[in-house]
Every structure is written in C-alpha cells, then in structure tokens.
Design a protein around this ligand. Structure first.
Ligand code: ATP
Ligand code: MG
Length: 566
C-alpha cells in the first residue's frame, strides 16, 4: 500500500523511507517486510530501541510486517532469560510482532543442506589451519591473503570431513568449513570466511543435536532470504559484509534477494552500549543488575521511570542517517522531561523533613483539601489531601537567617503551603546541640486553598505533607553512571570512568497518603524535587522506595550559585 504523504513528511523522510517509496512505486515490492534480529546474549539497550523503532516503525507506516528473529547461532552465550527480556522490552516499547517470531536455530537443518550444496559445487572446503594460521593467511588491508594448503581438497574429502565434524569426531577448533571465494579480494570479508565451526555445547533450543554451528555471516543473510525480508536494515559496520551476504544468498539458490541498507548506530555521550561491557558491569557488581536504574538498557530505563513514549520520541528526534555521530545525552533528557511534564501526576513528598506545628490550628482537626493532579492536563482531575496541625516541610525550604530574595519560609515571613493556607513562622525550636527541632507557625484561616483575594503578596510556596497520615520510605537520586563523555577514552578501560557517586539514597522521607496506591509504571512528579517512580522490586511493606527519573529544571540551583549560598 502506498503511503500518501503530507508535504512536510516528504521533506523529512529519511533515506530508507525514500527507498521504500521508490520500491513500492516501481512495483519491486508490494509489501514491506522488515525484521529486528537480536542475538539473545544480553538485555536490549537504548541503541536497540533505535533499531526497533525504525524496523517496527517502517512496518507500521507501510502496513507491512516486522519479524522478530532471534539470531541464536552461538550456544555458549545465549540464554532463555535474555529471550524473555527482549520480548518484554519490545512489547513495552509498544510494538507487536504478532505471529512473526523466528529463531535462526529453526533454520539449522536448512543451513546445513545449503552448506553441503556449497561443498558439492566446490564453493566451500574444510580447513585444518589453526585459528592463528588462518589469521596469518588472511593478509591485511594492504596485502592480499594466501590460499590455505587445504583449499583444494576433493569434494568427497570435504563431504567426509564435514560429516565427521557434524558427528562430533573432531575437537573444537581443529576444523572449520570455509567458503571458497577469493583470498585476494580487497574486502577482507570475502577472503574465504568461515561458515561452520565445531562447538560441542548444548543449545538452548536444539539441545545436543549439533556439534557444529553456522557462523553469523552465513546464517544472517540466509535467514533474511528465507523469511523474504524486503528491506534488511542494519548498522553501518555491516556495510562491508554486504558483498558476502549477497554471495551467500546467491549461491544458496533461494530466489528472493533481500537488500540490506545500513544506517548509523546510536552512540550517546556518557554511555556505553556494548552488550559485552554491560554484562561486565553486571557480573562485576558495579550495578545491581541489567535493570539497574542507571543502566542504558531498556529494562533499566523502564525501572528508572522512562516512558515508552519518551523513547519513541527520542528515536524520532535523532532520525536515521548514514553518518556516525554521538548524540548528546541532554537530548534524551529533553524528550523525557517533555513527555513526563505532560503526563506525570503531581504529588507531594518531603525528602528531608522538618516538622512544623501550626499552633493556632485545632488539635484534632483533619481537613481534606483539593489538589489538582496535573495543571498541564485538564482531564487529570483532582484528589483530596489531608491537612492537620502537624506537617512536614523540606529542610531546604526554611532559613533562619535568609539572604535577600529568599522567598521561602523564615521567621516572620508569610509563605504559602501549596493547596492549603498561608502560614507565618513564629518560633524556631532548637535541640540541645543547636540544630533545629521543629518550627512553630500560625496560619490564616481565610487563605484556604493557598490564596486570598485581598491582594496580599506571598511569594514563596512550599510543598508539605501532613504528619499523622504521611507514608514513610526512601528515594534514590541518580547521577550519570560515567563521568567521561566517552567512557574509556583516556585509559582504554571504561571502568576507569565509572562515577563512584552515581547514587544517593535519602531515607526518612515522607509521602502524601495517595502514594499508597502507587505502582511501578506510574509517572509521578514530586512537586519541586523531580520526576519519580515507584521501585516495585525494592519497596517493602511500610517502606516505599522511589527512584528519581530526572530532576525538574533546576532554577534554584542556579539562583543559589548566583547568591553564593551552599
Ligand atoms: P553489541 O555490539 O552490543 O553486542 P549487537 O549489535 O551485536 O550489540 P544485536 O543483538 O546483534 O546486538 O543487535 C540487534 C540489532 O540491533 C542489530 O540489527 C543491530 O544493528 C541493532 N543495534 C545494536 N546496537 C545498536 C545501536 N547502538 N544503534 C542502533 N542499532 C543498534
Ligand atoms: Mg550483533
């Protein structure tokens, strides 16, 4: 189906969309089939999110299909846990592969047949060179390679040895099946690449059926071809593999030739995205797991409080190009804030409580005041919050000896309690050590809702929580996981750039009672302290744990700096 586009869409179309438009127009294809092909050897990260949004997005846009294919050719690194997490993450991002779930391992029989066909046609041979010798024979970018002395074995001998490899009669690393292409090719990938290796490992799906496993570069293009993928979209580093992919598919005799298109992978400042490195962070205990809220994994971002919408918006903003670049982390923050600002429920939480007693408020009285849930969304409604004689405010919202332009609470100064009343501090009660124990205030009963119509000027507004009904718990404030824009750039080891101060836990926080209903996946704005989400894993009975997703834009920090207040 041809996508009818608006003029602005025509201008903003990426190069892959333009190719697809053309292929539909010329009748080369009538339906678009893309795929997302993860290797189940780790959790998905934000780079994968870019690829998912692109492949599933194209399928949706052109009313085609996007296959989810697990590229599970390496039994030693793959696990069922990873498959489950990958499916969960793609669904959470908002995409559905329907019945189109495939595994490269489903093609093992067919791939084996194709390997035998290649041997029979003199296009593949069993090599006995050691891995080191293979490397030496391969040559370099400036020098051609040398033919292996085993390159010209007879078809019969190759068939016999390949059969023996399959039966487990040879040790791992002793024999490989290689394509016979061209050891002098300027493209190193064409210098007789390996097609099959001996691996006597159990596969998570095929068990101990196989002693040999096909290489990725052999499996991948054939899987695409068997699934009749029309536009095989991958990252730029596979551009040099394309001639090999085309060769493999051509030799296989499979009719459809999928075309591969390469785009720039996502790189983000202050972030690593190699699954190997992410695994190292997990196994060496630098983070609590793949879903640690500081991880750039989709599961980590979800637990941190990112919405799928914010990640999809980010993918759209960065676009699709053919030039590698590094995206500033601030753009991700921007997309996140933009989305959370529109959707997060505003609630009150006091992170570092200071007790306030409102001395002229009746002792046993509790009022339920109206509070709007989101001023950005008129449909978000209101809720009731209790107000009583004893409340908590933020320690930071009081100064005994304030500088000029300090509009928050200080002795004698009238301030607004959000949604409640005007109050004035009358007494500062100290502990023996001189620190502040509590404040005494009076309130103006005529200022209910936090305003009066007498034109009185009250500039400071504090959030607060009523003490008797408050819920208790802790919050975790996060900083970037790495201190360097490009982790590992200076020393060659990304671990050297780990931020040793990337998590601050504040205990003894007080939350408004509505948060008893909070669930993971609820988007919350704690007034004036940031966007937060419940951490369901760490929350226990009576002790809530919230993760700060991101601070609000911090205008106070700027002002503090200007005024020289620490
Ligand atoms: P890693 O190098 O971290 O192991 P990978 O690319 O090998 O990652 P795969 O599971 O093979 O991981 O990736 C699945 C798909 O996601 C591939 O099509 C790959 O091109 C794409 N992808 C991986 N990383 C990125 C990224 N940073 N930006 C965009 N796409 C990516
Ligand atoms: Mg890969």
């Amino acid at each position: 189906m041809i996508h009818e586009e608006t003029p602005s869409e025509v201008i903003s179309r990426n190069f892959i969309e333009r190719i697809i438009d053309q292929d539909l127009k010329t009748g080369k294809h009538t339906e678009i089939v893309t795929r997302f092909p993860p290797e189940p050897n780790g959790y998905l990260h934000i780079g994968h999110a870019k690829s998912i949004c692109l492949n599933f997005g194209l399928a949706a846009q052109y009313h085609g299909k996007c296959h989810l294919r697990f590229d599970d050719t390496n039994p030693t690194k793959e696990e069922v846990e990873y498959i489950e997490s990958i499916k969960k993450d793609i669904s959470w991002l908002g995409f559905d592969w329907g019945e189109n779930e495939f595994f490269a391992s489903d093609y093992f029989e067919k791939l084996h047949e194709i390997a035998i066909k290649l041997i029979k046609e003199g296009k593949a041979y069993v090599d006995e060179l050691t891995a080191e010798e293979v490397r030496a024979y391969r040559g370099s970018l400036t020098e051609p390679g040398k033919n292996s002395p085993y390159r010209d074995r007879s078809v019969e001998e190759n068939l016999r040895l390949f059969d023996e490899m399959g039966k487990g009669l040879h040790d791992e690393g002793t024999l490989v099946l290689r394509a016979k292409i061209d050891m002098a090719s300027p493209n190193l990938n064409m210098r007789d690449p390996s097609l099959y290796r001996i691996l006597k490992s159990e596969h998570h799906r095929t068990g101990d059926n196989w002693n040999i496993y096909p290489m990725y570069d052999f499996t991948h293009p054939l899987s695409d071809a068997m699934e009749k993928i029309t536009h095989s979209v991958c990252t730029l580093e596979f551009e040099d593999h394309r001639p090999l992919y085309d060769w493999v598919v051509e030799q296989s005799g499979i009719e459809t030739i999928p075309h591969q298109y390469e785009f720039a992978r996502l790189n983000l400042t202050y972030t690593i995205m190699s699954k190997r490195y992410l695994l190292q962070l997990v196994t060496d205990g630098h983070v609590s797991g793949w879903d640690d809220p500081r991880m750039p994994t989709i599961s980590g971002l979800r637990r941190r409080g990112f919405s799928p919408e914010s990640l999809r918006a980010f993918a759209k903003r960065i676009g699709v190009s053919k030039t590698n670049s590094v995206v500033d982390f601030a753009l991700l923050d921007h997309c996140l804030r933009d989305d959370l600002n529109a959707r997060a429920s505003r609630v009150m939480a006091v992170l570092k409580p200071l007790k306030v007693i409102i001395t002229n408020y009746p002792e046993d009285q509790v009022e339920y005041l109206d509070a709007d849930n989101n001023p950005e969304d008129e449909h978000a409604g209101t809720r009731k919050i209790p107000f009583s004689r004893e409340i908590y405010i933020e320690q930071d919202d009081f100064m005994e000896n304030p500088p000029k332009k300090y509009f928050r609470m200080s002795p004698g100064k009238e301030v607004r309690l959000k949604h409640a009343y005007y109050v004035t501090c009358t007494d500062v009660i100290k502990k023996e050590d001189g620190s502040i124990k509590e404040l005494h205030c009076t309130y103006d009963p005529d200022s209910k809702g936090g305003w009066t119509d007498d034109g009185r000027k009250v500039r400071g507004t504090s959030h607060w929580v009523s003490a008797p009904q408050a819920l208790s718990g802790s919050v975790r404030l996060y900083d970037k996981l790495f201190t360097a824009e490009t982790p590992g750039e200076a020393t060659g080891n990304f671990i050297d750039d780990l931020n040793t101060d990337s998590i601050e836990t504040i205990t003894g926080c007080k939350f408004e009672p509505s948060l008893a209903e909070a669930k993971a996946g609820d988007y919350l704005q704690f007034m004036r302290t940031g966007y937060f989400c419940l951490d369901e894993k760490d929350t226990t009975e009576g002790e809530l744990v919230f993760n700060r997703t991101i601070p609000l834009r911090d205008s106070w920090a700027k002002l503090k700096k200007k005024l020289g207040i620490s």
